[in-house]
Ligand binder design. Structure first.
Ligand SMILES: Cc1ncc(COP(=O)(O)O)c(C=O)c1O
Length: 928
């Protein structure tokens, strides 16, 4: 890393992620060179074989890491200096394997210093569990000091001497002396859990680090403005932005009382006066990590499992007696282990708390999760984000409310709207016809719908905007801008960001800014900013008078009134999809300044959808997943992103694989109009980190690199076929499919071996195709060509939503397309109201040409693409029929090919329409 980061002003994002991997690789190289030295007893002369040069490249990063640390590094250099090749090789071997295996975290032997051929474990207990003691997790603490370099060893020793046997954790101090080095350490040392800043340190790094300015542009601007002054609080803000989970402490000689109450001290956990109390700092550090480490629900569940409890309630598997004593199902106990059953209970007493009415451990665990994900509060859900979404819909919506919603949303939203009785105003996402998938919902059509509602005097009924972020295929919205522009039209609009796939993004400094919660926080900050107020006043005097029908409004960036905006944001995350929770673990995160007005309704909705027997193990795993992400999410997500970028590059540049398989680039997945930065691919020549940061900040859509659309049409496979082939022949499971692609998802669990596995499988398949074509003769080649053409070129157009039948519209002449979907849904419950018409029948064509209109009685959801191409009450258009006829998928929910399409009968619709005036008027809305 060191070199790439130090003097590469045009570093690319993959170099950035590669930096951490490169450190281990570099040590391996030093190890190889050292072994050769020890064997030949003289320095090698080959290029890249000079151990001094290799170590010099490592040095800048080593200075930022606790292990091997300055003591062992000094010894490495000394052996090199004295020509003790054997000793050098032994030491390098130990360091490199300790780094590779992570054993330095709990094996004190790898920290030992060797003197005169004798091993000596340092007097001060090194970061180690020590033999016979229970495991003590290891981390590193950054000490930012104004002291001369010569004093650093003493600073390190001061902190090491504070270690006590009773400490729950053990940490190694890392000392740096400038703001830039501190920032580098925060960025590149994932072992850091706390930063202790002593005011008075300098600005510039001892190394040249242009890349820092690229990564931390905004923060460095802050720092630049504070040059010459005390940089402590500036550094604290930088840390908060890059890794908000780290604890920051400040020791200062300034007026601590005044500082403690100031806004600049907000990111600091505790302020100390001078260095009067190192032990207090030590205890504060441990306490801060403990706060993240503690999992109140899981801890208590473990405790509960150990107690000799007799159970007389309705759960025979509790304590495992019905299983371990059984003659027939004991294997279940053996398979899952006793703890699972010891931890099963239906009690809400004994500290287990109640998910439905949490007041104890679950409440604390939820508060911690809210902190981790950046919200004001959070709610655990044990039946997936499908349920989280329904809870939010029901909590916020009343019959008659209008909800702006992407038609391509997950089905839980559509069903949620039926339950809530709100009227969906469907808006179409931009299509990616070539891959038979939809992209995401752009800002312009949302604004258009809101402005139309305003023009028709219906804006007060528009309650909620539902958006998927990121989409199944990785489209990430510009959350902040989307919300700002909507709030400019309706300042109290509520947002539900379905981040089922995107929970992990909170722990990436790159993607975090595009989460619902980060958007909410950014808008809160912006609305308080006096500079923004000035911008708003200027905007108002220009655009404020425009008529809602004026098309200019669609093309200009709208700014909301800071005095009127209410920040009301909900985010739902499938913790099980991107973090370490058991299946169905989900969370609702809330940043709603009007929450008090909906709290009773939220409770009711939670009661409606939550089992009275929630699964305790899922709750515990939500608690543990939060702990993991707060302590190692930064590292894990960074590694997943690095892996994803590497897979993309390897496949797209492989001469054989890329003939048949390719990964769709951001330029292919996102139309150019939504990539104003010009971003096309992470690997595009000349594309730098600065460019990446620009695209992340400003583009309307970004692509989550970990969601990889692997195109297989050019290999002659449709998505379903290819998925089956990967599973049966190569033991590879992938996510979803489209007509000519599959989705490969890289997660925090993936490794470089997985990458190799996938690439090998694709290379084998590509070789197989080459062989088949070479040996099959012209017939085989022609058949292959035709198959590829049909998959890649003859793709059906994706049908738009179009409209609800007039029977379900309050005003059929309205320009906005909301409809009473619930009425249509329940109409289909009466068999007398429905008819079936075969998809390929002549009747369908005749009715499309002459009427009466075909109106769906059902949600019809083909997999793929996985969104409802028909919803109850929707008029079925020619485009939909054409699309369905071309669909070659087997799984279509809501459609029975034997019976045909289920439609609402025209005469029922006619009667319903005549009844429509009696429909209860939209409810009067007050408050929220
Ligand atoms: C966008 C989106 N939201 C919600 C869900 C439902 O999540 P869960 O599986 O946690 O119920 C899914 C599932 O695939 C989804 O894709």
């Amino acid at each position: 890393m060191a070199k790439a980061v130090q003097d590469n002003p045009t570093m690319e994002i993959r170099d950035f992620f590669y930096a951490a991997e490169a450190r281990i690789d570099r040590w391996r190289t030093v190890n190889r060179v050292a072994k050769a030295l020890a064997t030949s007893q003289r320095p090698a002369a080959g290029p890249g074989e000079d151990p001094r040069a290799l170590l010099a490249e490592l040095q800048p990063l080593e200075e930022l890491c606790g292990y091997p640390g300055p003591g062992l590094m000094a010894q490495v250099h000394e052996r090199l200096q004295t020509g003790d090749w054997t000793g050098f090789a032994r030491l390098v071997q130990r360091i490199s394997s300790a780094l590779l295996s992570n054993s330095y975290r709990d094996d004190q032997q790898v920290w030992r210093v060797e003197e005169n051929g004798e091993a000596r474990v340092p007097d001060i207990l090194p970061p180690s569990i020590g033999r016979g003691q229970s495991h003590r997790p290891y981390f590193e603490v950054l000490l930012v000091s104004p002291a001369e370099r010569a004093a650093w060893p003493e600073i390190r020793e001061t902190f090491r001497r504070l270690r006590r046997v009773e400490d729950e954790f053990v940490y190694e101090p890392v000392v740096v002396g400038s703001l830039e080095d501190a920032a580098l350490a925060v960025v590149f040392n994932p072992n850091l859990q706390a930063v202790v800043i002593s005011d008075g340190f300098g600005y510039a790094s001892q190394y040249t680090v242009p890349v820092l300015r690229e990564i931390l542009t905004r923060q460095v601007e802050l720092a630049e403005s504070a040059r010459g002054g005390d940089l402590g609080t500036v550094l604290a803000q930088m840390v908060r932005r890059w890794r908000p989970e780290l604890d920051v402490y400040l020791t200062t000689d300034r007026d601590v009382a005044r500082l403690a109450g100031s806004a600049e001290a907000a990111p600091i956990r505790r302020i100390f006066y001078g260095v009067e109390e190192p032990m207090e700092i030590h205890l504060a550090i441990l306490d801060g990590v403990k706060d993240r480490y503690e999992t109140p629900y899981f801890d208590n569940l473990k405790h509960y499992a150990q107690r000799p409890i007799g159970t007389f309630h309705a759960l025979p598997v509790a304590r495992g007696k019905s299983i371990f004593k059984s003659n027939w199902i004991r294997d279940m106990g053996e398979f899952y282990g006793a703890n699972l059953f010891l931890a099963e209970s239906s009690a809400t007493t004994g500290g287990l708390d109640s998910l439905l009415e949490p007041t104890g451990n679950i409440k604390v665990a939820q508060d911690k999760a809210a902190r981790a994900l950046g919200g004001d509060r959070s709610f655990f859900v044990t039946n997936g984000t499908s349920t989280s979404n329904k809870i939010v819909h029901q909590a916020l919506l009343k019959p008659g409310d209008i909800v702006l919603i992407d038609r391509d949303c997950h089905k839980s939203h559509h069903y949620g709207l039926v339950l809530a009785g709100a009227q969906p105003l469907y808006i179409d996402a931009f299509p990616l016809t070539q891959y038979s998938m939809y992209g995401s919902l752009a800002i312009k059509p949302i604004k258009k719908a809101l402005l139309q509602l305003k023009a028709e005097g219906k804006l007060d009924r528009a309650k909620l905007l539902v958006l998927t972020n990121c989409t199944f295929d990785g489209h990430v919205a510009n959350v902040k801008r989307t919300m700002l522009e909507c709030l400019a039209i309706k300042p109290d609009l509520v947002f539900l960001w379905d981040e089922a796939w995107f929970g992990f993004a909170r722990f990436s400094p790159f993607l975090r800014r595009r989460t619902g919660m980060a958007g909410a926080a950014a808008i809160r900050e912006l609305m308080r900013d006096p500079e923004y107020r000035k911008r708003y006043e200027a905007f108002k005097s220009n655009a404020g008078k425009l008529d809602p029908k004026d098309p200019k409004l669609l093309d200009m960036e709208l700014l909301p009134d800071p005095d009127k905006v209410r920040v009301r944001v909900y985010e739902t995350d499938s913790v099980h999809k991107s973090m370490s929770s058991l299946r169905q673990g989900s969370i609702i995160v809330v940043a709603d300044q009007e929450f008090h007005t909906v709290e009773p309704a939220f409770k009711e909705a939670f009661f409606t959808h939550t089992s009275t027997s929630p699964n305790l193990q899922i709750i515990a795993s939500l608690d543990v997943a939060r702990r993991q992400m707060e302590l190692e999410g930064y590292e894990l997500v960074g590694r997943a992103m690095q892996l994803a970028l590497e897979i993309r590059r390897q496949i797209n540049t492989h001469p054989l694989i890329s003939k048949y398989f390719r990964i769709a680039t951001p330029a292919e997945m996102i139309p150019a109009e939504y990539r104003k930065s010009g971003f096309t691919d992470w690997d595009a020549p000349g594309w730098t980190m600065t460019d990446t940061m620009g695209a992340l900040n400003d583009d309307e859509f970004y692509l989550d690199p970990t969601r990889i659309t692997l195109l297989c049409g050019a290999a002659g496979y449709d998505g379903t076929q290819f998925k089956a082939l990967l599973a049966s022949e190569h033991d590879i499971q992938i996510n979803k499919t489209s007509r000519n692609s599959v989705l490969v998802q890289i997660n925090i669990n993936n490794t470089r071996s997985d990458l190799a596995h996938l690439i090998k499988a694709l290379a084998d398949m590509a070789r197989g195709i080459e062989k088949r074509l070479a040996e099959g003769g012209p017939d085989e080649q022609a058949a292959f060509k035709a198959r590829v053409k049909s998959l890649v070129e003859d793709v059906p157009d994706l049908p738009d939503f179009q409209r609800f039948h007039d029977a379900f519209r309050d005003d059929p002449k309205s320009a906005t397309q909301e409809g009473h979907m619930r009425e249509a849904y329940y109409m289909a419950y009466d068999a007398a109201n429905i008819e079936h018409v075969k998809l390929n029948s002549k009747e369908i064509d005749e009715r499309l040409a002459k009427g009466p209109e075909l109106v769906s009685a059902k949600f019809v959801i083909p997999y793929p693409p996985g969104f409802p191409i028909m919803v109850p009450g929707q008029v079925v258009t020619k485009e939909i029929i054409t699309f369905m006829r071309k669909l070659d998928v087997k799984e279509i929910h809501g459609y029975n090919a034997g019976k045909g399409l289920e439609l609402l009968k025209p005469d029922t619709l006619a009667k319903h329409r005549t009844k429509a005036p009696g429909r209860s008027a939209p409810p009067v809305h007050g408050g929220a």
